[in-house]
Write a protein that binds this ligand. Structure first.
Ligand SMILES: *Cc1c(COP(=O)(O)O)cnc(C)c1O
Length: 384
């Protein structure tokens, strides 16, 4: 069998978690075995070490490990006391968890539009959404920009609008930990940043996990308390209503090993994205990062002329190339969110993107021959 035939036969994973597992090998086994030996499964020493290493990695002063990216968002909103009557502006083009936690604390998510080039929250739409919230009698309290697909939002422009209206900024960096904006890593940019260590995220663990990043000491202390049932001076002093939101020691141990190869993996993802763009820029709209940001390429998402996507997905599937649509429906049109307000004037860019986007296989271990096969398949499908 020649090399080409072998490459053609293998099914291609969308994200290859197993390839990274093979690379890490014994190091992960040993890290987990150390936790099994000391048996401090909850809040063990690995959690504190990880928090310190994550802080050093991104430049945030305080890091609080927690049970998921969703809990990270929830803990910040709870710590800020956001609730009924408050409005929190969210992008209409994101994973539902962004708005879900706003609704869960009893506040009102107000959906704003994104920019077509970056898929991220549009500062002008944020401005309009604040006005929409006030018109509806809500108190605009916060904004949750999302760094979608690994690319930082336009944080300075968004922070300027937020400052004008006294909004707190909670950055949803669930897909983008490790990325940088104007020379600063996410985690050190917003008042608070939430990330996720779900296995498919750029830095993933072997289960659920997440973290909150902040420079605000009082906020960090409140979140540490909320993470453990709102504990006060000790575990049995209930100072406030909290949650069970801790990160497991085993997941922290896994993350400590993964963090060692993370910069390497980011570089690999960058090279793979550049290769996709070189191979596809003349047949599709490829993502643009610009020179203010670096992306960690949680997804490699192209845009097609409306009406072409389903045929492409079908053609690729028949050649063993998986694709995904992030996202096919604006949040404001999802059953769970359609009762919440939409920015005045609507979200035409989000509507358009939902018809145009398609994501290709992306992970740090995508080998050039496999990627060539994907690129060739996309080109063939779009030429036909
Ligand atoms: C994955 C994700 C989350 C939630 O993270 P979990 O760890 O799965 O709870 C939140 N926001 C966005 C944008 C995400 O992609």
């Amino acid at each position: 069998m020649n090399q080409h035939a072998r490459v053609d036969d293998k099914p291609i994973p969308f994200i290859d978690v197993a390839a990274q597992r093979r690379r890490l090998g014994r190091a992960i086994d040993d890290a987990i075995a150390r936790v099994l030996a000391h048996c401090q499964f909850i809040q063990g020493p690995e959690v504190r070490t990880l928090e310190a290493e994550l802080a050093a990695f991104c430049g945030a002063r305080y890091v609080i490990g927690c049970a998921s990216g969703t809990d990270a968002l929830l803990l910040v909103l709870m710590a800020w006391g956001i609730g009924p009557g408050d409005a929190v502006i969210c992008p209409d083009f994101t994973f539902c968890a962004t708005a879900e936690m706003v609704a869960l604390v009893g506040a009102t998510p107000v959906f704003a539009d994104v920019q077509a080039e970056t898929f991220n929250l549009d500062p002008d739409s944020l401005q309009r959404a604040v006005a929409t919230a006030k018109r509806l009698g809500l108190k605009p309290r916060a904004v949750i920009p999302v760094d979608l697909f690994g690319l930082p939002a336009d944080h300075e422009a968004l922070a300027a609008v937020a400052a004008e209206h006294g909004l707190a900024v909670l950055d949803d960096a669930a897909q983008a930990f490790g990325a940088a904006y104007r020379g600063r890593k996410l985690g050190a940019l917003a008042t608070a940043t939430a990330t996720s260590f779900f296995p498919a995220k750029p830095l993933g663990c072997y289960g659920d996990g997440g973290a909150v990043f902040t420079d605000d000491e009082a906020l960090a202390a409140r979140i540490r308390s909320l993470r453990v049932h709102g504990e006060g001076v000790d575990k049995y002093d209930a100072a406030r209503i909290g949650i069970t939101g801790r990160l497991d020691s085993i997941q922290a141990a896994v993350l400590l090993e993964k963090l060692k190869i993370f910069p390497d993996e980011i570089a690999a993802r960058e090279a793979i994205a550049a290769r996709y763009s070189a191979g596809l820029a003349d047949v599709a709209t490829v993502p643009r990062v610009g020179n203010e940001s670096t992306s960690v390429w949680a997804q490699y998402t192209i845009r097609l002329k409306p009406g072409r996507r389903d045929a492409l997905a079908k053609a690729l599937k028949s050649e063993g190339v998986p694709t995904a649509i992030y996202y096919a429906k604006p949040l404001h049109r999802q059953q769970a969110y359609c009762r919440f307000p939409l920015v005045d004037g609507g979200t035409p860019v989000t509507e358009r993107l939902c018809d145009e986007v398609i994501s290709l296989p992306m992970h740090a271990y995508l080998e050039p021959p496999i990627q060539d096969r994907i690129i060739a398949a996309v080109r063939r499908a779009l030429a036909g």
